[in-house]
Design a protein around this ligand. Structure first.
Ligand SMILES: *Cc1c(COP(=O)(O)O)cnc(C)c1O
Length: 366
């Protein structure tokens, strides 16, 4: 399906590439299981399209952040385990049961609440460095020494989360690995999970029984010190609305922050911070037209960004012509570096105005 003529920005999501990335990780960690983290609507890329494709490829375990995300995902995923990372909020036991969601229990109060509600399959999250969610050592000791606390609960997984997995040399990784081994001791028969995307690449010692990649499935680089081993998933293109000739001493955009230094050309493109094209890209980011890098000129406004297209052949510059904003040679990680953030934020901020298209296996890219 081509994009409609009225589309000003177009987001193409290569679902086959997501599946290929999942298969790659599954092969790397076997016989451990590769789950898929599909929270925040698959990092903004569309869980309704991606999660069923992963299931069809053999993925059987899916992690979301909130109960609402779990309820929505269950509609698209009749089978497959759905784990809710934020755990049960008081009064939500019926939601978990009705939609067959499995809570991650992050604290003793969550354990107690879940037990009081009758207990069922659950995940125990233990904290080994994040100090964000998860039981601490003392809480864990109370849990293992007092069987009543767990009641009829059936822990199916015990997990923790790495704080510095993208820094391979960080001593925190080894410390967390050691702590995880020690703290799991009281739960000998239960499956274990420690690694997210970057943790997968720290080696087999980090794989345990299940890995929980998110970002790597969506093409972000899990090994920031090395070339990206994952296939690219996202292409974002914007249309040129207007091309104008400029010359010194004109200025561009709000605040007149960009001063034109020489005769040249600007293209005004229909993308702005309301689309997740961050305002911090003003005078710093760039797009690509016909393989040529075009710098952002001036501030990014809500709906518009000006690019300096002086170096681009005229034939490529007309209303409706396309600028690559995120693409094969200019990835979400690259945009993030320009914007002073991480690829995760670029993907999850992708705006609601983009026309979206999901490519499955065999469909040609945009
Ligand atoms: C988000 C999240 C993941 C996935 O992390 P990535 O870096 O995107 O692979 C895994 N585990 C937990 C607990 C998370 O919150």
């Amino acid at each position: 399906m081509p994009f409609p003529a009225r589309a000003t920005t177009m987001l193409t999501i290569d679902v086959a590439a997501v599946v290929a990335n999942w298969r790659r990780i599954a092969a790397m960690v076997a016989p451990a299981e590769a789950a898929a983290v599909v929270k925040a609507d698959c990092y903004g890329l569309g869980a309704a399209h991606i999660a069923p494709a992963l299931f069809a490829a053999g993925c059987r375990s899916f992690f979301v952040a909130t109960i609402d995300e779990g309820i929505r995902l269950r509609r698209d995923l009749p089978d497959g385990a759905i784990y809710v990372l934020s755990g049960p909020l008081p009064g939500t036991e019926a939601d978990f049961a009705a939609h067959r969601l499995i809570p991650v229990l992050n604290s003793l109060p969550q354990v107690a609440g879940w037990t009081a509600g009758g207990g069922a399959a659950c995940v125990i999250h233990i904290d080994t460095a994040m100090n964000r969610l998860g039981l601490e050592q003392g809480e864990l000791e109370r849990l293992t020494s007092d069987p009543q606390l767990l009641g009829a609960n059936r822990p199916v997984l015990i997990m923790s989360h790495l704080a510095c997995a993208d820094e391979t040399q960080s001593p925190v990784n080894q410390a967390q690995l050691t702590a995880f081994h020690r703290l799991c001791g009281g739960f000998a028969a239960i499956r274990r999970s420690l690694a997210a995307s970057s943790g997968v690449f720290l080696g087999p010692a980090f794989h345990f029984d299940m890995v929980r990649p998110g970002a790597a499935l969506y093409g972000l680089n899990p090994t920031p010190d090395h070339p990206n081993p994952m296939a690219q998933v996202v292409r974002l293109q914007g249309k040129i609305l207007q091309v104008r000739d400029v010359d010194s001493p004109m200025t561009v955009g709000y605040g007149a922050t960009h001063r034109v230094a020489r005769r040249g050309r600007l293209a005004t493109v229909a993308i702005g911070y309301a689309d997740g094209w961050f305002r911090s890209l003003g005078n710093r980011g760039h797009g690509v037209i016909g393989g040529i890098k075009v710098p952002v000129a001036g501030r990014v406004s809500m709906d518009l960004t000006s690019f300096d297209v002086t170096e681009v052949p005229s034939a490529l510059l007309h209303p409706g012509a396309l600028v690559d904003l995120i693409g094969p040679t200019h990835t979400a990680d690259d945009v993030a570096a320009d914007a002073g953030t991480i690829g995760y934020e670029i993907l999850t901020a992708l705006g609601r105005r983009h026309h979206r298209r999901w490519l499955s296996a065999g469909e040609a890219g945009a």
